[in-house]
Ligand binder design. Sequence first.
Ligand code: ADP
Ligand code: ADP
Length: 232
Amino acid sequence: MIRIKHLSKRYKTKNQEVQAVDNVSLDIAKGEIFGVIGYSGAGKSTFVRLINRLEEPTDGSILIHDKDITKMPSNQLREKRQKIGMIFQHFNLLWSRTVYDNIAFPLEIAGVPKSKRKEKVLELINLVGLAGKENAYPSQLSGGQKQRVGIARALANDPEVLLCDEATSALDPETTDDILDLLVSINKKLGLTIILITHEMNVIQKICHRVAVMENGKVVETGEVLDVFVKP
Ligand code: ADP
Ligand code: ADP
């Protein structure tokens, strides 16, 4: 479903160049929970930002359903990006908007009519277990509840892929488990492909089917989670 070929990203700053992603090739299957693990600075964040085109690659291609998103005209890209959901370490919610309005926001941008919007938002609120919190503001929520809002918002436009950038790194272990359980149930229920980047091995071991290990921008190992972490 996602085919990444020879993907590279080089940042040029005034006095130096950084090869953040270095010739990465990977195939990720539909419905898979795929983990990318590595130390800070390994290039994980750049890698996911390339997949949703927050960054331009220096080289290589990213095919989603056989369409190369690195070569798409901007109008098609806008549509495609609505099909790529993303959640973040610090949630990135709109602090002046309620739970309901945070989740409705991507639907508004996509031009979904009001009545449809409402139906979808309420469905998502139930899916992530936030019924009763519609009118709460993010500041009134726990970290786990904030991430549930983030997940609901990311799912609003029925994405094909959900990108998770250190999505549990700001949460305590118990809340981390709750959020990981929610991601697994969404993966099963919707058949959604999930790409999850983290520096935490336990997160990968808990929910990922396959994993890629990144070091200095390169994928140094890839395979089934059990094969990569538990050597025979
Ligand atoms: P990770 O998510 O694994 O911590 P990053 O993708 O954030 O890794 O960073 C990979 C490398 O690219 C690091 O050396 C980092 O300093 C560098 N880098 C990341 N973003 C930028 C940027 N916008 N400009 C210049 N260098 C960057
Ligand atoms: P609008 O498009 O003007 O926001 P809506 O009918 O979608 O109109 O909703 C009006 C406001 O009421 C929303 O901004 C939201 O905060 C709140 N709201 C709508 N439906 C619900 C609901 N079922 N539960 C809680 N709050 C709701």
